[in-house]
Design a protein. Structure first.
Length: 348
């Protein structure tokens, strides 16, 4: 699957839209047979209710539906909820209600992306304190709440660190810089040794398209080491069908380092070959700079895809599914953020 086709089909190249599949029923995306999943990608079996509540000890519970994750802490004075993906519907409320009659008193936004935050609306009219990083509050006000479903605006924010104490439970909230998104925070329950950092590590799987749709790849990459600085027994990443352990973080860090290294090599290898790489596209599309840019991106992605699939298919789920998108995302970060510009670099 070529990035140029993906760009066209998702509206980035409007002139090519006529060539995109119009119906899911006729699309070959439904019939692609990818590599079998490794055992590490298989998680908890979700019951017919559509969600599973996993007791993590010490009044901590995770909620999973096979695609998304949330969690909550029950204290003697109130329940603290960390995110509620809208795909759960009211199952966040049901999961809590099946555990305790103590009311929800605090809701913590991990970050301001709708797929984790929108469920907060279920407590919009309750006596709940909504907490987020100050940058997430800005995004909620300026961006998210201009969309389809406005969420409660955080009433408590912080800049670097905040200790949240509710009854007999403590949660440490920390911001260590941009990673998946601005304002994406580390949420740590020290008594239970639970750490959540959403959309960074995907236990048993590679990150989904474009490294989990992350905004700042250098910070997202660094976050793996920041996670490993914590003493944790459980890692909650917000996605997939199981929670993580330290080994899962270490394995994904290895994947990310491999990805970064092979893309650096790709850019270096392209430098003496740039005329051969872009020449045919230039000849076929005179004065079309984007045709040459696309050809160059395809070449770099091809260089990356093979070695990554050779090592990681069979080790992490979806390695082949998202190989090209993850390669391309890292290529752009290596070039534009880390400064490995190759043929576009400074001339002597």
């Amino acid at each position: 699957m070529r990035l140029s086709l993906l760009s066209a089909c998702f509206g980035l190249v409007s002139s090519a839209l006529a060539h995109c599949p119009r119906s899911a029923a006729t699309s070959n995306y439904n019939t692609t047979q990818w590599a079998p999943l490794p055992e590490t990608a298989h998680g908890m079996t979700i019951p017919a209710t559509g969600y599973l509540t996993q007791h993590l000890g010490g009044g901590a519970y995770a909620i999973l539906n096979g695609e998304y994750q949330s969690w909550f802490l029950v204290s003697d004075e109130g329940v603290i909820v960390m995110d509620c993906p809208p795909l759960f519907g009211r199952n966040c409320m049901y999961a809590i209600g099946n555990v305790t009659d103590i009311p929800v008193t605090h809701f913590v936004y991990s970050h301001a992306h709708a797929d984790h935050a929108h469920g907060a609306v279920y407590w919009a009219d309750a006596d709940v304190t909504f907490i987020a990083h100050e940058l997430s509050k800005e995004r909620i006000i300026d961006v998210l709440n201009h969309g389809s479903t406005p969420v409660p605006v955080p009433t408590v924010t912080f800049e670097h660190h905040m200790t949240l104490e509710v009854g007999n439970q403590t949660v440490e909230l920390s911001y260590k810089g941009d990673n998946h998104a601005v304002g994406n925070i580390f949420i740590y329950a020290p008594q239970q040794k639970i750490l959540a950092l959403i959309d960074v590590v995907f236990p048993g799987w590679v990150p989904f398209g474009e490294l989990g749709a992350s905004e700042y790849i250098p910070g997202w990459t660094k976050a793996h080491d920041q996670i490993l600085e914590y003493d944790f027994d459980w890692y909650i990443g917000g996605h997939v069908s199981r929670l993580g352990r330290r080994e899962d973080v270490e394995i994904q860090k290895e994947y990310v380092m491999d990805l970064k290294q092979i893309t650096i090599e790709a850019v270096a290898a392209s430098t003496p070959l740039i005329a051969q790489i872009t020449g045919p596209a230039a000849a076929a599309n005179p004065e079309n700079a984007w045709a040459m840019t696309s050809a160059y991106g395809e070449w770099l992605t091809d260089y990356c895809e093979g070695p990554m699939n050779k090592k990681w298919v069979g080790r992490l789920g979806g390695a082949d599914v998202y190989a090209r998108l993850n390669c391309y995302k890292m290529i752009e970060a290596v070039r534009l953020d880390w400064g490995y510009l190759g043929p576009a670099g400074l001339r002597s």
